[in-house]
Design a protein around this ligand. Structure first.
Ligand SMILES: [Zn+2]
Ligand SMILES: [Zn+2]
Length: 262
């Protein structure tokens, strides 16, 4: 299929984000002062905490899963699921430092945090992602009312960094959110699915018919959001959908898009 080369401005914005953070250079998480030219965005103590969240994940649903829980590339969290996406990577578990950083990222001033987290994800998973079939990178969309309120879509920030780092086309307009779904924190998995069923729509331009899509979000919990996005993309003509998220949460009390204060 045709390649759709398209430059994003992610690198330039990443640099701007870095500048924002190095004056003054403080840890993204705990604000401890860093060296004048820090090589990392977090202090050693926070990096150590982050490192503990980056263990083995299920290749199907990205749930934290030691190897002994895996069978047929599934784990106990996804063995009864019929996800429309083929594979998934989560950089870390949605806990402690990473949870705090993802929540900070959702505020208006959190965009640089998104660039840093995406860059750290990329530095770890770039070799693996380069082996995946990817023709275009698509972020999970926000409803326009929420994007207006926040000023940006945090999933789009991560998707742009991945697109730039992997040299793949960034295609945010392939997927949009038709409905502003209410916060889903208190809903059961079944209610969440019902809530999301009509929320997404996809349209793939001709060159992307039959394409392999990399879908990007900040957090995955039950996988319902990624599943419904993948179903929309497949119905619009995609051949396959893979998923990358910054963090994987577990449990029905959490949410794919954690709540935030308006
Ligand atoms: Zn720190
Ligand atoms: Zn799994």
């Amino acid at each position: 299929m045709n390649q759709l080369p398209r430059r994003t401005n992610a690198a330039r914005r990443l640099f701007a984000g870095l500048l924002d953070l190095v004056y003054p250079p403080v840890c993204l998480h705990c604000s401890t002062p860093l060296d004048a030219a820090p090589s990392d965005a977090c202090c050693d103590a926070c990096l150590q905490l982050l490192q503990e969240l980056l263990g083995e994940k299920c290749p199907r649903c990205a749930a934290p899963a030691p190897p002994y829980t895996l069978s047929n590339d599934e784990c106990r969290y996804c063995e009864d699921e019929s996800y429309a996406f083929t594979r998934a990577i989560a950089w870390g578990a949605y806990q402690s430092v990473l949870r705090d950083l993802v929540l900070k990222m959702k505020h208006g001033t959190g965009e640089p945090i998104g660039y840093h987290l995406a860059a750290m994800l990329l530095s770890q998973y770039r070799p693996e992602l380069l082996k995946w079939p990817i023709d275009a990178i698509v972020p999970v969309p926000l409803h326009w009312t929420r994007r207006l309120w926040r000023g940006y879509n945090q999933a789009a920030v991560v998707a742009q960094v991945l697109a730039e780092g992997l040299g793949k086309p960034y295609r945010p307009r392939c997927l949009w959110r038709r409905l502003a779904t209410p916060p889903q924190m208190t809903l059961s998995a079944e209610d969440r699915r019902r809530n999301l069923r009509d929320a997404f729509a996809a349209r793939l331009p001709h060159p992307l018919q039959g394409a392999c899509i990399l879908l990007v979000d900040d957090v995955m919990t039950t996988g319902s959001t990624a599943d419904f996005c993948a179903r929309s993309l497949l119905a619009a003509g995609a051949r396959e959908v893979s998923v990358v998220v910054l963090a994987r949460a577990l449990g029905e009390s959490a949410t794919d898009s954690p709540p935030r204060k308006p």
